[in-house]
Design a protein around this ligand. Sequence first.
Ligand code: ZN
Length: 631
Amino acid sequence: MEFACSHVVCNWKPETVVPGPYPTPASLVSEDRPRTSRLLSSSNHDYDNRVAVLPRPASEISVVPPPLPPRQSLKEPKPRSQPPPVPPRGVEAKGETRLKANVNVLSLSVGRLVDISKAPAIQCTQGPVFCSRCHAAMSSLSNVQSKQNEVLWLCEFCGQENRITSLDPGTKRTHRQSLPRRDILYITEDSDNDYINLEDMLVVFCVDISGSMSVTSEVAPGNSMRSPTYVSRLQSVQDALQRALSSLLQSSPHRRVALVTFNDEVTVYGDGTGVPLTLRDWSLVDFDYIKEQGEKYSTPHCIAESIHPLNQKIKEMREHGATALGPAALVSIVMASRYTGSKVIICTDGQANIGLGALEPGSPYSYCPYFYSQLAKEAVDRGVIVSVLTFEGTDCRLAEVGRLADCTGGRVNIVNISSVSTEIQSVLADSVMATDVTATLLSAEGVYFPYEDEMAHKLVRKLGNVTEGAEVTFQFAVKPENVEIFQRRDRIPFQLQLDFKTRDMQKVTRIVTEQRRVTTSSWVWAGSLNMSVLAVHCAQLCARLTMEGRVLEAQRQLKAQQDLLKDISEQRPGPKEESIYGNWISTMSLICEDLSGDNQGLSDEAAKVVYQMKRARSVGARKHKEGALGL
Ligand SMILES: [Zn+2]
């Protein structure tokens, strides 16, 4: 768990007003202050809520606890987290921020957390002990008391008194010294599968051969003496597929590969050795029939055995007709579902206009807006990653089709005839680290999760497939009525319970528990914030809000983040990556501005950026160079 701020800012409040004038500083002051001092502070300082450092009458101090940090803890000589640095004199006025953006943000490198081969966590075969009320797991932070045959645990998250008798599993570990550590792996072997070959996965190339694939582009000749050549989209895809097959043969000769093409009809070639299956007419609109055909089709052989017939089928592809993308995607996903971690790579240049999932207005088949979401669910449930590549200069309604990639952990990109090969290679390089991933985040009662769950102190997010390097972020805040209690509390606990299935089918629960100290916004120095956590969160959240049509909310977030970025850059010279984060925010702002101007919906270009933003991760953590956005 990586936090954007070293402390929990307990008095941050979301803005409830429409974009425009920000609330007066007085509204940000915690409620425990007398009205007079509030007015005084807001009229004297136009910049902040620094009322926390104003002298107050002695009588009041005895009733209300003083603002907590920065101070030394008496209980623990070596606090795990340091108080934020006090702003240097002179810079102080500038250093204070109004904290329009919520800095209570935490990031989880899920791609790393599910990689149990690299986990420093302690493995444990005995199950965790859970709180009977909030389902928090007992950890080394828990306060337990042993009484004869019974152990009393006052849950640090919800306050529930749990009585654990000696009959309960895990009671042996409830003695103080042997409590579970802060980072623990609980592993159960899945008895259904005794042997899993990790190489056993399928790559399905699902290729558009509709008429528009014949559009050609000029390719600059290598030599100025020669005349330029023209290559069609289909030719570039054929070339890219043949290269992909050769490199798969080198790197993973046991990988199974299948080919599906689509135009007016869908043709399933499988590994190219059998009789192709053709779906046409009525069968293109029958979900169950297509699914059944995909399930029945013979399992493709590995690439070492099938490269020649596959290459032959690729060479023979000819373009004509319409775009039955929906049925082709369905049959490909069903075929890939045989092996967890399989991939479907869809390569298209036009709107789906025939059969299930047709998107063109006036299409003879009824358009079902849930088709792509339903298909995505099908893929996620079986641990299949779908990536969608479309050609530049076309309109594919990427916002709809991209859902398939977005939900399954795949990529969305717009390619051209010279980049399609490289993009297919990078899609092939992505690997699924875990499937069926669910993250449960718990904090103390009184904490809530803006934009997710406004009520509970526990958040459950289903992540499905997790690929290498994936990062997810959450923001949290303290309910106004709990601010005072939290200030008195000094520190609050956080727990992540990550449930997942590894590629070799082990069921794992990883539990990480931490505590953070509490502060008020007036003590936060913008320069001390972790910019990468904040920026990744802002990109992910705003992209999600935009996709859900909540453009105004996204704009408000972006504005707050821009102001914070400005404060930060004034306070410390930022490393190079920070300007990249600044660019993300500006790009997202432009997209939102366009969207609020007219109601045309997202263009393919904008949809691509938004989907890539949803997959945003820290620039520093990147292994490979992945384009200008750093995504
Ligand atoms: Zn509890």
